[in-house]
Design a protein around this ligand. Structure first.
Ligand SMILES: *Cc1c(COP(=O)(O)O)cnc(C)c1O
Length: 393
């Protein structure tokens, strides 16, 4: 077989090569065990994850979207309820609100962190309280691109308005604020094991985290057809959302690597990028590197730049691709513009101008713990020459 030389946006094959003996052992062990759903691997993974994050309970499930939905189900969120969601995120963060019949209220984000803006959140809550028949119930925060949201301010807002906090940590796992790990900030927090996430499996998977034993029990029930004490005793309408044993076994291997060196390696890659962007004069060209506020640690799910206004992003991406460098746009469309939410969401009167602007200007570069410094230099030098060329057009 020919080895592919083209740079990967996130090099999952390099990771497999690195962990191959342990992953292959894990797969074989599960195949030989004859039990493929649940079991000891799932239980041990849940314990290890709860330990890593620093919460009492972890319940694994089918994917990160189900994890979010299970949280809303456990809280009984439904029609007539308002759920506040950042306008700049992956679709799931708002989709699950509509799935349970509640109404998403889209809140603008902070220009420099890309995360929900606490001041705009306050405005949105006041607006819903005074101008709608909806009952404010939940704030969804997203740790976008790996950076935890501004939990100091947001927790205070939750308390002041008696709202529940749901942390969507699909991209956040591994990040922290002053030693407190992401996926522990919400009353319930969730993550995803989609392959390209910071802790990715080899297929779909997700998890819910909480210190609330009652919520954890409800979620275990909802995730398996609303089961009661026995398997064929169904006491509520639930769903079928479980993590496969084979995914759990592989994730146990990956969690060790994640903790031992991958998080540090991703953070080294981010530092190389920042140094190179500066050295290549790209910051002088108006390119803004991602910021990490003091005390915060990012898991670097993405390394996302802001391009200067007016730079033709698609042309730039094409030229980068021609040079063998894949780039991505996370996300091209704000939530409030998604057709699916038309007539079924609330947009506060001050709008979501920052989210719209970011959608036009963000660009994510190749990222991951298995990138080396030469690759980072190559990306930045190519970016510089493409931008110089475009400047002359
Ligand atoms: C990936 C992602 C999800 C959904 O996770 P899946 O496992 O793909 O269902 C939810 N929220 C955010 C912010 C994500 O990035």
């Amino acid at each position: 077989m020919k080895r592919e030389n083209r740079m990967q946006f996130r090099d999952l094959k390099a990771q497999y090569q690195h962990l191959k003996p342990e992953i292959d052992d894990a797969i074989e062990r599960v195949m030989m065990s004859g039990s493929y759903i649940g079991g000891a691997d799932v239980e041990e993974l849940e314990e290890a994850l709860a330990d890593f994050v620093g919460v009492k309970h972890c319940v694994t499930c089918g994917n990160g979207t189900d994890a979010l939905q299970l949280a809303l189900m456990a809280w009984g969120i439904g029609p007539g309820d308002a759920v506040f969601v950042p306008d700049f995120t992956f679709f799931s963060s708002g989709e699950i609100v509509s799935t349970v019949g509640a109404t998403p209220v889209f809140v603008d984000v902070d220009e420099s962190t890309f995360n929900i803006d606490p001041a705009k959140l306050e405005n949105a809550i006041s607006y819903v309280e005074t101008h709608s028949v909806l009952c404010p119930r939940v704030i969804v925060t997203v740790d976008l691109f790996g950076l935890p949201a501004a939990y100091d301010s947001i927790s205070a807002i939750c308390e002041a308005h008696d709202l529940l906090l749901l942390e969507d940590g699909a991209q956040g796992l591994g990040g922290s604020i002053k030693e407190q790990r992401a996926c522990s900030f919400g009353d319930i927090s969730t993550t995803s094991f989609f392959p390209a996430k910071p802790l990715g499996g080899y297929g779909d998977g997700g998890a819910v985290f909480t210190d609330d034993e009652c919520a954890a029990k409800l979620i275990r029930s909802f995730a398996v057809h609303g089961k009661g004490l026995q398997k064929y005793d169904n006491v509520r309408i639930g769903m079928n959302s479980r993590l496969d044993s084979i995914q759990a076994a592989m994730l146990r291997v990956k969690l060790r690597a994640f903790e031992e060196y991958e998080l540090q390696a991703a953070s080294d890659v981010a530092s190389w990028y920042c140094t190179q962007l500066d050295a290549c004069g790209l910051e002088d060209e108006g390119i803004v590197a991602p910021i990490v506020p003091p005390g915060f640690v990012s898991s670097w799910a993405q390394f996302t730049l802001k391009l200067p206004a007016g730079l033709p992003r698609e042309a730039l991406r094409e030229e980068m691709a021609a040079a063998g460098i894949p780039t991505m746009v996370y996300y091209p469309k704000p939530m409030h513009d998604q057709v699916a939410f038309r007539d079924r969401c609330v947009i506060p009167p001050d709008g979501c101008v920052v989210a719209s602007r970011l959608c036009d200007r963000v660009l994510s570069l190749p990222m991951g713990p298995y990138m080396n410094e030469a690759e980072v230099i190559n990306v930045c030098e190519n970016l510089r020459s493409v931008i110089k060329r475009q400047g002359m057009k």
